[in-house]
Design a binder for this molecule. Sequence first.
Ligand code: PLP
Length: 398
Amino acid sequence: MDITTLAVHAGEREKAGEFVPVSTPIHNSTTFLYEQVERTDRIAGGEETGYMYTRYANPTVAALERAMLALETVGSGGGEAACFAYGSGMAAIHAAILAAGLRQGDRVLCSSEVYGSTVSLLMNVLAPLGLELLLARPSAAPEWEAALARQPRLVIVEAISNPLLRVVDLRATAAAARAAGAKLMVDTTFASPILCRPLALGADYSVHSTTKFIAGHGDAMGGVVTAAAEEAPALYGLRKLAGGVLGPFEAWLTLRGIKTLPLRVRRQCESALHMARALESWPQIERVHYPGLAAHSDHAVAAAQFGGLFGGVLAFEIRGARRADILAFMNRLRLCLCGTSLGDVQSLLLYPVMASHRDLSPAQRERIGIRENLVRLSVGLEDPGDLLADLKQALPRA
Ligand SMILES: *Cc1c(COP(=O)(O)O)cnc(C)c1O
């Protein structure tokens, strides 16, 4: 079935006693009871599936996991897979790294273009425990190949990077990782399952911060990991022990968000492309970064990989603007909200120098192409003409 149909129905309508609810209820219960304790005994022993304690499994969270599994495996040829939800995107990334079964001294190759907290988790938490971290740019072939030659056990990339929207060729990256003996984790947050399903392209783990496009309304944190079924015991066992579970209310909000995910993402992609093309022609804009533009370095890869969509996030550089000019521009915005998240129904504008890339020195930022005049815009569901008018009235006068 098409992903649009699955988004509406997948995961729902588990029978609860006499009736079938149209919408999965919020099961706000820590503990679940059965008439006969023998049943609880079999569930505890893993001979039967069921619910006992919400840190192990919860029916509302399980409904979300079934829905995400359905979306993440569209077109993967029916291979057996499993999906687990966590309390945030970072908890999901942490779980997938641990599930990869790394041992002291093992190397992890991480794209230097990934979300800053992912690098910090590896550098500040996992490296001191004995993992060796290799950072390289997947877009720089010699650098990436040299790092792969050092035989990492796990490779981490993002489908679409932040904030320059670089696109990784996932099929080629998965094949190269496999040839080097490594597992591949893809952070698919910026792409959403509407643009790409990494397991079908050869990845071992697809991770989402569901806080972004999937929940989509700026009201629920969460994360998911989808992987081959043989990874399920490690992912399940680690969640049970580390305890980074998703709450039933957040699971319910996220499941509700999924119903409109295909519609929202398509509209956000259309609006972002329309706006990127318009901004390209404005004299105050020095450069627009959007993989849907022919001028973007990864346009061809994105066009081949994402089914004709290019994502709901774009970035642009304001000609001659310094930090104070950007802050003044942000203060003049009336419609776009200046917030750090993305993928929501509301358009959100972020200044990397102030937020995501604040801790880097100007020289480090310059090296990775993040200039002082760069802003990122996550395009929401507003009319794109209204959004462009808001940007226009806030831009510095020529
Ligand atoms: C937001 C984000 C994360 C972290 O997710 P949280 O839900 O905030 O923990 C990880 N990766 C990417 C690409 C993100 O945008």
